[in-house]
Design a protein around this ligand. Sequence first.
Ligand SMILES: *[C@@H]1O[C@H](CO)[C@@H](O)[C@H](O)[C@H]1NC(C)=O
Ligand SMILES: *[C@@H]1O[C@H](CO)[C@@H](O)[C@H](O)[C@H]1NC(C)=O
Ligand SMILES: *[C@@H]1O[C@H](CO)[C@@H](O)[C@H](O)[C@H]1NC(C)=O
Ligand SMILES: *[C@@H]1O[C@H](CO)[C@@H](O)[C@H](O)[C@H]1NC(C)=O
Ligand SMILES: [Ca+2]
Ligand SMILES: [Ca+2]
Ligand SMILES: [Ca+2]
Length: 338
Amino acid sequence: MLHNIFLLFVGLLSLEHVSFAEVPSSQIVNITETREYAERMQNFTRTNFEHLEKVRNRSIRVARSCKDLRDRYDEREDGVYYLTTGNGMLYQTYCDMTTAGGGWTLVASVHENSVYGRCTVGDRWSSQQGNNADLPDGDGNWSNRNTFGTVESATADDFKNPGYYDITAEDMSVWHIPNKLPLEHWNQEAAAILRYHTENQFLTLYGGNLFQLFKQYPVRYKVGTCSDRGPAIPIIYDHGDAESTKKLYGPNPRREFEPGFITFRAINWESAAMAICSGVKPTVGCNTEHYCIGGGGYFNPEEQCGDFPSFDYDRLGKEQGWSASKEMTEAAVLLFYR
Ligand SMILES: *[C@@H]1O[C@H](CO)[C@@H](O)[C@H](O)[C@H]1NC(C)=O
Ligand SMILES: *[C@@H]1O[C@H](CO)[C@@H](O)[C@H](O)[C@H]1NC(C)=O
Ligand SMILES: *[C@@H]1O[C@H](CO)[C@@H](O)[C@H](O)[C@H]1NC(C)=O
Ligand SMILES: *[C@@H]1O[C@H](CO)[C@@H](O)[C@H](O)[C@H]1NC(C)=O
Ligand SMILES: [Ca+2]
Ligand SMILES: [Ca+2]
Ligand SMILES: [Ca+2]
């Protein structure tokens, strides 16, 4: 953004130089106006120390979750905060302090860097080690304490912070927002593709977080059959609705799910496991590889292995057949707890 504005500025300056050279003196650059413009630009790019001090001051707060920050310190602003794990490890993540009362901690993002890469680099939520039946758990990152990524790059690559396993929560919120969208724009609802949250405190039944839930429902090749799905939880929409959710996936999968849910640990016809079916509950058929994300380490056929397994089955984003929409495929899935 800054870069673009800078380019525009440089562009404008050079345009004015052109006019300076080629037009009569009556249209010569107005020095007063140019100076003002330069000052505005300087103001725009100058470090805002007051703001920096405000966000840096947040580090004195002691909290294990964004909900703690809301409840103990009455923090109400969306943005980056500091959290501390039970063992005393300090980390930073994003807090959504506005949706449905706020207090939501960003714990992970699932990002597909290349839908053509089949369990290759960047497929941390399935496997980076190739499609391999001897690695049924793949990278195992749904149920380990490994962390990766940073909060500011959560829409540009995978992200997992200690909150994923350290926070004991009741509910989840999920945001699908376009890849590469900068953090300062995440909370603009118009930028979202889909947003929803649960409110029946389902996590209390599964150990309080996804780390525990996926221990009960391992994301593992051949762990069971299609009917051994994990829980499907009803959702409240914060952006979008049942109809718009359907359209994010291909016309064929639409006949096999019901919108209005988030489902955990789906298994397809070929015994591949997937972690999350976002916004939907599989009802008939077992072709979940076209609309559920994350996975174990093996899919058959191999073309389906990856963080967004077979979202591109009928060519990327053509909204035909089994393929998910382009906007869905090119959006990161942000997972929050409260
Ligand atoms: C230059 O722009 C300023 C502000 O718009 C205006 O007040 C001034 O009269 C202009 N000067 C000339 C020489 O056009
Ligand atoms: C730039 O910032 C200064 C200090 O905040 C302010 O006085 C001035 O009006 C600003 N200039 C412009 C062109 O916005
Ligand atoms: C940051 O904290 C210091 C020390 O408590 C305080 O004096 C200062 O006003 C705070 N700054 C902002 C911008 O809140
Ligand atoms: C999980 O993700 C990390 C980070 O990308 C990766 O290096 C690792 O292989 C994955 N698997 C395990 C078991 O940690
Ligand atoms: Ca991939
Ligand atoms: Ca990824
Ligand atoms: Ca299939």
